[in-house]
Design a protein around this ligand. Structure first.
Ligand code: IVH
Length: 716
């Protein structure tokens, strides 16, 4: 196509009337070129021609600002954040990796696998070893070899649709090649930036007065997640493929060969990937890569080991959100020395007084650090707290020179005091005994089980403490809980302080109250932002049960326990009813709580405590008028043991106890430790004793190991 602008008069020569139509036509034309370029990877004009069109378009707007409207292409460039990425559900969840930090962790990882698979100590076990790249993961879906979707990890279940952005990354093939490309292939890997490209981007950002990125990882994430795709296109993002999600046909039987298949199909994969056998080879690889780390030209933060044989990966399965067959063996954290300028106290969701160090800014492994955690009162005193005492066992004082440590995304820590540099007038820090947020006494409780004084000092203000209420609300709306778009921590602070939102249920009555509140009249707000906020809130009136349970912020109920509870009870009423009936620790309800795999007495006690409080009951009643927790999905509900309670007893010969339990759970069964009225099936091996007797008495179905496999199949 010839460049249109060549035939057009200069913008100065034209009148507004004649220009509006041209402006619109140019806009359509540019949008079409954008689509061809980014989405189809098949531009029909040269870059120079495209630039001409764009220049003319902008020139017209400069001359006639009246032409600019909200959907003008030039507006769209600057308007990032006003639109949102669409959500994509991953066909197979994107999981994380368990971390190991020292040789001992790797040894345990290997031994755990051997035990789980019941391997003889001399049977060889092959792993792949590869660098853990410090970027962000991306899942690419190919339909008959054609790239159809690219999604970020998000919360693991649902990510953001960044397909248009991914198409601008040259390492990401739009079309796969080769004979063995499956009908459907989800290829996953890491998007990252090289050190050189990162420095160049920051130099450009600085020159343009734009935000500087803290590290290559943030820069890569910021570059990929751009609503204006041309910004992504201008950043030299890289992509390395290392794993997969759904795959209609597996092209290989081992991890190593899978990655080789990715290469054949057109992906870049890490040239540093090796097969290693045994602990010594694994550790040698780790040492070697750590030596090479500084010369690679991009950030890595450890080594990933994966069991090579896919059949074994399948048997090993997952614990919580990470595969049992893989381990991220991290490199040690990086350190630097600086001065502790102040100690600030933040009040947490459970009333904990959390001390934080304000530091003289210092670069640690390429990143500027100015805040670090000081854990708790005992840590500052130098006597330990729950973790290890500070090195040297001295106390920490304002004015001290300290060693700070940063490991990956973890909050930096103050690790050590350089005592020789302590100013002579530095005084011991006096930890507050009064809550800085509400003035209530802050105390260190004595743990009733251990009889020991807690290292954490807590505000006794409970419901009257605004800091606690605010933190509880922030937790409620956070990413793994209600995840309400447009209602982040800052906005919660603001709404809390003004009394608009004081409890979770208030979020859902906001729209009804808006006749009075008139949010759209606030500074920086408008009809659209208010409408979007209400839409985001209303979208959460129905919510997955695990998220709902997690959002309540019950102590000891994190994501994993919330998922376990959801899976066990299926409905919120089920959980609530049992927890309320469990006040007596001799009750059947209490026994039911503690029989849930992974739920011990500490968790059961926390549930009982939470549900017996009158104000929590009131809050729940009000909240449940607004919100409906969806009944939990029962995993593999078509399996013959889904929803059943199974007890394994006696010796198992074809699988280990852990493997049996994991298999049953994968099939949607609950595994219990003892036989009760609720048991549906007992799998008994040789030597089964009292449990088998009890099962027979109660008339519970009993099968042996072969019977189990006959029921669920061998491939489960
Ligand atoms: S495998 C089920 N391999 O680490 C396992 N992950 O902590 C899927 N990562 O989200 C991940 N390098 O972003 C794998 N060679 C590698 C990796 C790697 C970096 C990241 C990835 C993942 C995170 C998990």
């Amino acid at each position: 196509m010839p460049p249109r602008s060549a035939k057009k008069p200069a913008a100065d020569d034209v009148s507004l009337a004649g220009t509006r139509a041209e402006h619109e036509a140019l806009g359509r034309e540019i949008a079409e070129h954008d689509r061809r370029y980014y989405e189809e990877d098949a531009p029909t004009v040269s870059d120079a021609e495209y630039d001409e069109l764009r220049r003319r378009y902008e020139m017209l707007e400069e001359r006639f600002p009246e032409l600019k409207s909200a959907d003008s292409l030039t507006e769209r460039v600057g308007a990032k954040g006003s639109e949102k990425f669409a959500k994509v559900r991953h066909r197979v969840p994107m999981l994380s990796l368990a971390n190991g930090f020292g040789e001992e962790d790797v040894r345990e990882f290997v031994e755990r696998i051997r035990r789980f698979l019941n391997l003889k100590s001399d049977a060889p076990l092959v792993f792949t070893a590869e660098p853990k790249i410090d970027g962000l993961s991306l899942s690419l879906t190919y339909d008959k070899g054609r790239l159809v979707t690219a999604a970020t990890r998000g919360d693991g279940a649902e990510g953001e649709d960044v397909t248009a952005n991914a198409r601008t990354v040259s390492d990401i093939p739009k079309q796969l090649r080769g004979k063995d490309v499956p009908e459907l292939a989800e290829i996953r890997g890491e998007v990252y930036l090289s050190h050189v490209d990162f420095a160049e981007i920051n130099a450009r950002q600085a020159a343009a007065g734009e935000k500087i990125f803290a590290n290559p990882r943030n820069a890569a994430a910021g570059s990929l997640r751009q609503l204006d795709v041309s910004i992504t296109a201008a950043r030299p993002l890289r992509f390395l493929a290392y794993t997969w999600g759904e795959m209609s046909v597996l092209p290989a039987k081992t991890q190593f060969e899978m990655v080789k298949a990715f290469e054949r199909w057109g992906f870049r994969t890490s040239p540093l990937t090796r097969r290693v056998v045994g602990l010594d080879e694994m550790l040698a690889y780790h040492r070697e890569l750590e030596r090479e780390r500084a010369n690679l030209g991009y950030d890595i933060d450890g080594v990933v080991y994966k069991v090579d044989e896919l059949a074994l990966q399948q048997r090993l399965g997952f614990v919580s959100r990470s595969p049992r067959w893989a381990l991220a063996h991290k490199f040690p954290a990086q350190k630097a020395t600086t001065v502790l300028e102040d100690i600030l106290i933040y009040v947490g969701r459970t009333g904990s007084l959390n001390p934080a160090a304000k530091l003289k800014p210092v670069t640690v492994g390429g990143v500027v650090v100015q805040n670090a955690t000081l854990h708790n009162e005992d840590y500052i005193k130098g006597v330990g707290g729950n973790g290890e005492p500070i090195r040297g066992g001295v106390d920490i004082r304002i004015g001290d020179t300290v060693v700070v440590e940063r490991a990956g995304d973890v909050i930096p820590k103050v690790l050590e005091v350089v005592v020789e540099k302590r100013p002579p007038d530095a005084e011991p820090y006096v930890f507050p005994t009064i809550c800085p947020a509400c003035g209530s006494h802050a105390v260190r409780e004595v743990n009733p089980r251990s009889g020991k004084e807690d290292s954490v000092r807590r505000c006794t203000g409970g419901l009257v403490c605004p800091a606690q209420a605010r933190e509880r609300l922030k937790h409620f709306v956070s990413r793994h809980a209600f995840d309400i778009e447009g209602l982040g921590a800052q906005r919660i602070d603001e709404f809390y302080d003004e009394g608009l939102i004081r409890a979770p249920q208030d979020i859902f009555t906001l729209e009804r109250r808006n006749g009075l509140l008139r949010l759209e009249a606030r500074e920086g707000w408008g009809d659209t932002s208010v409408r979007n906020l209400f839409a985001a809130i209303n979208a959460r009136r129905s919510i997955a049960l695990p998220r709902f349970i997690h959002a309540l912020g019950i102590s000891h109920i994190g994501e994993t326990n919330a998922r376990l509870l959801a899976r066990h009870f299926g409905t919120f009423d089920g959980l609530r009813g049992t927890a309320r009936a469990a006040v007596d620790s001799n009750s059947e309800a209490y026994a039911e709580l503690t029989s849930i795999g992974g739920v011990g007495e500490v968790v059961a006690d926390a549930l009982v405590e939470f549900f017996k409080e009158a104000h929590n009951q009131e809050m729940l009643d009000a909240l449940l008028k607004e919100v409906t927790p969806e009944p939990a999905e029962q995993a593999a509900s078509d399996s013959p043991v889904a929803g059943k309670t199974v007890v394994f007893t006696g010796a198992l010969e074809q699988m280990t106890r852990d493997e049996a339990k994991a298999m049953a759970e994968r099939l949607g069964a609950k595994v219990a430790g003892s036989v009760s009225k609720k048991t549906d099936l007992v799998v008994a091996g040789p030597g089964a004793g009292s449990k088998l007797d009890r099962a027979r008495e109660a008339g519970v179905e009993v099968v042996d190991e072969d019977g189990w496999f006959a029921l669920v199949g061998r491939g489960a």
